[in-house]
Design a protein around this ligand. Structure first.
Ligand SMILES: Nc1ncnc2c1ncn2[C@@H]1O[C@H](COP(=O)(O)OP(=O)(O)OP(=O)(O)O)[C@@H](O)[C@H]1O
Length: 261
């Protein structure tokens, strides 16, 4: 159970300030969804939380330990990171690509431990890639590849899972199954953070929502707290209909407002 905390986190990319004094506590056992307009700094925040980008100010800690001081192997065992639109360069069989998720544990695809083999099998089942586990990973569709890379991240069994737009390329059925997997992973104790653009799915699946707005936290709370029509207008420049149905909060984006936020 790992708590991830950003304190006054400030990141510059080139001459641009991508994140400005971000304070954020991400609790284990919850699926937190980060939303925000294009260019708001979501990917930068996720990369900084993973210790992959050096802040110019502030820090990120995992249970009190600064992530940038952690040894690379320890960090990779603790924090699994799935980048946006990941690619696979080598024509390895899908099962071997998923098994690469065990590298932080010192296990190679041809030398998996019993627990490693179990983790790989569970990850392949969760991401629904068992039907094509022997195919070369370079010969997959975009959505299939996205599920293989998610399975690789799941196979690490890291207590923190950071995923950048995990459902962007997926069909509706796999969108739902992947979000159910992320939710179950969080319910089992992991600290799961996902970037998403689909506000309807975010409202339905997230335990917590973070709205990032021009490099700052615009709002942080439950979907009910954050997804108000006023907040959606202010952060996204859209009119939206928000209603509470039997299945939970329903957010329907309706129209762009005349003025961008
Ligand atoms: N290498 C870079 N050098 C300079 N600026 C960059 C670089 N990469 C990204 N940026 C800028 O930093 C800001 C934050 O980018 P980031 O990718 O974090 O946004 P995002 O919220 O993830 O966007 P999107 O929804 O489009 O994926 C943007 O204004 C972007 O143009």
């Amino acid at each position: 159970m790992k708590r991830l905390v950003a304190t006054s986190l400030t990141v510059d990319l080139g001459r641009r300030r991508a994140l400005a004094t971000v304070d954020l506590t991400l609790e284990p056992g919850r699926l937190t969804v980060i939303v925000g307009p294009n260019g708001a700094g979501k990917t930068t925040l996720l990369r900084a939380l993973a210790g992959l980008v050096a802040p110019v100010g502030g820090d990120v800690t995992l249970d009190g330990e600064p992530v940038r001081w952690m040894r690379t192997s320890e960090r990779a065992r603790s924090i699994a990171y799935l980048p946006q639109g990941g690619t696979i360069a080598w024509p390895l069989p899908v099962r071997n690509v998923v098994a690469l998720g065990r590298l932080p544990h010192g296990e190679r695809p041809d030398s998996l431990s019993d627990s490693g083999r179990k983790a790989v099998a569970e990850a392949m089942a969760a991401a629904d890639v068992t039907g094509f586990e022997d195919r070369p990973a370079t010969e997959l569709s975009g959505g299939e590849r996205a599920r293989v890379l998610l399975a690789r991240a799941l196979a690490t069994k890291a207590p923190v899972l950071l995923v950048d737009e995990p459902v962007a390329a997926l069909d509706p059925r796999h969108e739902l199954t992947v979000l159910q997997v992320l939710k179950a992973h969080a319910a089992a104790g992991a600290n799961v953070v996902a970037i998403m653009h689909n506000l309807t799915l975010a409202a339905r699946f997230a335990d917590d929502i973070v709205v990032l707005d021009r490099g700052r936290i615009g709002a942080h709370g439950t979907p009910e707290d954050v997804f108000t029509e006023a907040q959606l207008a202010a952060s996204f420049g859209i009119s939206a209909h928000v209603s509470r149905e039997a299945g939970g909060l329903v957010v329907v984006a309706e129209n762009p407002l005349a003025e961008a936020p």
